[in-house]
Design a protein around this ligand. Structure first.
Ligand code: ZN
Ligand code: ZN
Length: 389
């Protein structure tokens, strides 16, 4: 019944998705997106608060019977990627693309809102829509400022969902407990003493020291942390030197640290400082480390996840509901889950037959739009179930 109701909204849902897909905007600059969303949300029988946290929007669909409040969250930003899909709704904003599917997230939440606002007279609870900027930004993000400006006030439970090309189309991935990693970043400068490339004894070569530092950092996961605890230390950028025969003064690196356990996360900066300090001092070099805390570990609430999982099995069939693997990716939905119980789901969109096989964050990512009303139905069904708890 909910699935059919959602299917009847397919045209509206897909047309909003295409409009959003044509106008991708990066973190904190989602002005057109904000405008398009507002124009659509104003058609609902609902209370709107905008702007919030820059380009965010909060909507209240209040049932006439009171009750619990369930929040549905969508992120709204896109990525600086040039789209290579040849589709009629291709990005009009050259060099930018909804390559993480946040256009799908917005339209699925919108679809759920269309259904729920029609049910308003008999709705046994309230629904809060949270359209949040800057999920891709990585450090401050959009969820935290939204919470600081009151987006979660009065909310009992929260639900979020990400389209996921690692799962087959039509399946839904759930997971209790830690799910997405804490995503911290760092900049590291190795400071030596430059000179002639043929007279290394007169210098402190930061390039040789950097290579030892990078290797030594890899021993954190293999020799410092419980092997059953996932840890990633990646140096993703390294710059130093100008010519083949000059030893530079310094080397600059950037990297990311991913952990799945908040206790392990706490140890990372200190461990890195000790190891980098040891390697650099043994070579007469010094260092400067700027460790930046990003999104925390995303931890799904056990009870809510169980309620939603069993509701999903009834809605779409047991075989379509799968326990998802943990991912070392970050997601600022984590901040909401620090405040209210909820769960973050993955919606499978991999479809080999139709050619939807590309990962998120690539120039050819796309999905079968008929999955979108299905996502809306999941939100509606889960919200209705959570009203009872
Ligand atoms: Zn992304
Ligand atoms: Zn995303």
């Amino acid at each position: 019944m909910i699935l059919e109701l959602a299917r009847s909204k397919e045209k509206d849902i897909v047309s909003l998705r295409r409009l959003l897909h044509q106008h991708p905007e990066v973190a904190h600059r989602e002005f057109q997106t904000h405008k398009i969303l507002l124009e659509h949300l104003e058609r609902l029988d609902a209370e709107i608060r905008a702007p919030i946290a820059g380009t965010g929007i909060v909507v209240n669909i209040k049932g006439k019977k009171g009750g619990k409040t369930v929040a549905l969250r969508a992120d709204i930003d896109a990525l600086p990627i040039k789209e290579e899909n040849d589709v009629p709704y291709k990005s009009l904003n050259d060099g930018f693309m909804h390559a993480c599917g946040h256009d799908a997230h917005m339209s699925m939440v919108y679809g759920a809102a269309l259904i729920l606002s029609e049910m308003r007279d008999n709705l046994p609870g309230n629904v809060r829509l949270i359209f949040q900027p800057a999920e891709e930004e990585g450090t401050v993000g959009g969820a935290k400022p939204m919470i600081e400006e009151g987006a979660l006030e009065g909310v009992d439970y929260i639900l979020g969902m990400h389209v996921w090309p690692e799962l087959p189309e039509g399946t839904v991935g759930y997971r209790s407990g830690p799910f997405f990693a804490a995503a911290d970043t760092f900049t590291l400068d190795i400071i030596g003493k430059g000179g002639h490339g043929a007279k290394p004894d007169m210098t402190v070569d930061p390039i040789v020291v950097s290579s030892r530092v990078i290797e030594a950092l890899q021993t954190i996961s293999s020799r410092e942390i419980d092997p059953l605890e996932p840890v990633v230390v990646t140096v993703g950028s390294i710059h130093g030197g100008t010519a083949q025969n000059i030893i530079p003064d310094r080397v600059e690196m950037k990297g990311t640290v991913r952990t799945m356990n908040p206790v392990t996360r706490e140890r990372m900066e200190e461990t890195m400082r000790r190891i980098i300090g040891g390697v650099t001092s043994s070579a007469r070099a010094s260092f400067s480390l700027n460790y930046i805390y990003g999104y925390p570990v995303l931890i799904n609430d056990k009870d809510v996840t169980e309620i939603v999982r069993s509701n999903l099995e009834n809605l779409i069939g047991k075989e379509k509901v799968v326990e998802a693997k943990q991912t070392m990716g970050g997601e600022d939905f984590a901040y909401y889950l620090q405040k209210v119980p909820g769960t973050f789901l993955l919606l499978g969109v991999y479809n080999e037959k139709l050619g939807y096989v590309n990962s998120v964050h690539t120039s050819r990512f796309n999905l079968n739009e008929s999955i979108l009303p299905f996502g809306s139905a999941i939100f509606v069904s889960a919200a209705l179930e959570l009203f009872k708890h």
